[in-house]
Design a protein around this ligand. Structure first.
Ligand code: SF4
Ligand code: SF4
Length: 171
């Protein structure tokens, strides 16, 4: 098998246009220096196709081929990538634009679905019951969050159930 890919200018233009229209601006300014990936906690946690590599694949015309790539759901929205980019690209926005592209095609990773279900149940994408631990260290057992506030949780559920995800019957 060849180590080279054949670049298709039409697919490159389409991919750049799609990501730009979904909010991922400035990718044509990327010089592939890798500064963003070097500081990305998502890349460190094993989600390789974020920041530099995600942009490279779009610039190679590989957007459609990446539709099932789950790395995008590993982005922590920390924005470190944006802080360090010498070109003024906003890689986090590129990642989020790519997620929108996937969502429009209903290509969700299982972790994204689990996060949504947790959000509906607890108001947090990631939740663990820390009541025993909090008691041990002298804190009130229930942290003041939506997880222990029925009214707040009901409001979150109403919002989610009336969102496009709710219309898909997820909750
Ligand atoms: S830091 Fe900026 S220029 Fe460098 S690879 Fe990342 S997005 Fe591209
Ligand atoms: S915002 Fe996302 S892509 Fe950017 S450094 Fe943080 S985890 Fe990585």
């Amino acid at each position: 098998m060849s180590d080279y890919i054949k670049l298709d200018s039409e697919k490159i233009s389409e991919g750049v246009k799609t990501i730009t229209e979904l909010g991922g601006h400035g990718i044509l300014k990327c010089v592939q220096c890798g500064a963003c990936s070097a500081v990305c906690p998502g890349v460190k946690a094993g989600f390789p196709v974020l920041c530099r590599l995600l942009i490279k694949k779009v610039l190679d015309g590989q957007l459609e081929e990446m539709i099932e790539e789950s790395s995008s759901w590993g982005c922590q929205a920390c924005n470190r990538c944006t802080e360090v980019c010498p070109q003024g690209v906003r890689p986090q926005e590129v990642v989020f634009a790519f997620r929108r592209y996937q969502a429009n095609e209903l290509a969700f990773s299982t972790s994204a679905i689990t996060s949504q279900m947790n959000l509906h149940s607890y108001g947090h994408a990631v939740f663990s019951d820390a009541r025993e631990l909090r008691k041990k260290v002298g804190l009130a057992p229930e942290a003041p969050t939506s997880a222990y506030n029925e009214k707040a949780q009901k409001e979150i559920q109403t919002l989610l159930e009336n969102s496009p995800m709710g219309e898909l019957g997820l909750y």
